[in-house]
Design a protein around this ligand. Structure first.
Ligand SMILES: Cc1ncc(COP(=O)(O)O)c(C=O)c1O
Length: 402
């Protein structure tokens, strides 16, 4: 299946996928072989400006020197030990994440869905201990919390669930940004509310400040936990280390993944002392928090805390937003709404053109993705520069033109 193309070995990737893979991903027809900063190259040598960053994962860009150096040194020192033993990168990362948050304790996981499983189990045990066996978790319609069965049941979108019914019980979904609906849904059976601060996969719909403050108060009044799924919103994406900081509230539990490892598979669930109810044997994971992935995460979190990365996120957010607004105002591009939450934007069109626009962008050397038939999402690396943003606006503007 490998074909020599002169300069490189070119795989007939779609053919191999058709023959060998389970049918899960609707892949773009390119095979990426190299990355550097905000750019990636395919196996024909073509360069692309990457404004998706592995779906909000490559926070420091591709092959960031700080990450490469950290994991290279760690890989030649200690890669995996299991959680039967302490390791230094894991301890250092716990200190850094906790000391810069309102949370007190951490559990490491390998993916966003697994971090959410941890939060769901915490809520259920907490309900058993402190709320007379309450076990229900309220989440939002339009939310996305992962693909494991419990995180799928938490997800507020039947489209992802239907083939796998019956869903595990204990999840109820309410309209997002609707405080009255949340108030009405809280019964004695409810142990927790779990929300994304911004519906990410749902198309970048930010919670309003009033809504999250209102939900926090409802949780306090009823004595239930507030879990924020910060898998996509956390780790600098919104211009803060944690997305909740943008709202001025304190959750009881948060989950992190995506940007945390800058490309290596690490996730975490952080909880306040009163919510961290696990006792030995309640939860675990073989790979989680290995020295290798923690070394990468340390490089990411240190870059956020010790450099001007967050200032860059805010400046580039403003620059991109202004550019998109003038694109919307100037030409016949059909942009009906621009939703912004840091370096994380949903650009909605008045027709179902997202697929065609995405293809045009890729053919012109720009990677973005779509969250629905009419919405393009961008989530560039946090290191993106003004020049990168201008190049994006140029290519994107041409792709949108009718
Ligand atoms: C908010 C949110 N939670 C959970 C997940 C699941 O993360 P993972 O794919 O790492 O399991 C995602 C993935 O897109 C997400 O956006």
């Amino acid at each position: 299946m490998a074909v020599a193309t002169g300069t490189a070995t070119h795989f007939d990737a779609p053919a191999i996928e058709r023959e060998l893979y389970m049918r899960t991903f609707a892949r773009q027809p390119i095979t990426l072989v190299r990355g550097e900063g905000v750019r990636v190259w395919d196996d024909t040598g073509r360069e692309y400006l990457d404004f998706l960053a592995g779906v909000a994962v490559n926070a420091l860009g591709h092959c960031a020197p700080a990450i490469v150096e950290a994991i290279t040194a760690q890989a030649s020192t200690l890669i995996h030990t299991s959680n039967i033993y302490h390791t230094v990168p894991q301890l250092e990362l716990a200190r850094l994440l906790i000391d810069n948050s309102c949370l007190d304790r951490i559990f490491y996981a390998n993916s966003g869905a697994e971090a959410n499983e941890c939060a769901i189990k915490l809520a259920r045990k907490w309900g058993k201990l402190h709320r007379d066996g309450a076990f229900e978790i309220i989440t939002a319609l339009g939310s996305f919390h992962g693909r494991t069965l419990a995180s799928l049941a938490a997800t507020g979108n039947r489209h992802y669930q239907e083939a796998f019914d019956p869903m595990p019980e204990g999840f109820r979904h309410v309209p997002f940004n609707d405080l009255e609906a949340m108030r009405a849904a809280i019964t004695p059976k409810v142990a927790a509310v779990m929300l994304e601060p911004v519906l990410g996969e749902g198309g970048i719909h930010p919670a309003t400040v009033e809504y999250l403050h209102g939900v926090r108060k409802l949780c306090d009044d009823h004595g239930i936990l507030l879990i924020l799924d910060e898998v996509q919103s956390g780790i600098g994406r919104m211009g803060y280390l944690y997305g909740y900081e943008a709202y001025g509230i304190e959750p009881d539990v948060i989950t992190l993944a995506k940007g945390l490892g800058g490309g290596l598979p690490i996730a975490a669930c952080l909880a306040k002392e009163h919510a961290a109810v696990f006792t030995p044997g309640d939860h675990g994971s073989t790979y989680s928090g290995s020295p290798l992935v923690c070394a990468a995460a340390l490089a990411v979190v240190r870059a956020i805390l010790d450099t001007d990365l967050l200032a860059n996120v805010r400046a580039m957010t403003d620059h991109l937003h202004a550019g998109l607004k003038s694109l919307q105002a100037e030409g016949d591009v059909g942009i009906s709404e621009i939703r912004v939450s840091g370096l994380w934007m949903g650009i909605e069109f008045d027709e179902d053109r997202a697929g065609a626009i995405l293809d045009k962008c890729r053919n012109d050397g720009l990677l973005v993705n779509r969250t629905s038939a009419n919405t393009i999402r961008i989530a560039p690396p946090l290191i993106v520069t003004r020049d990168d943003c201008d190049r994006f606006l140029d290519i994107f503007g041409r792709a949108c033109a009718r």
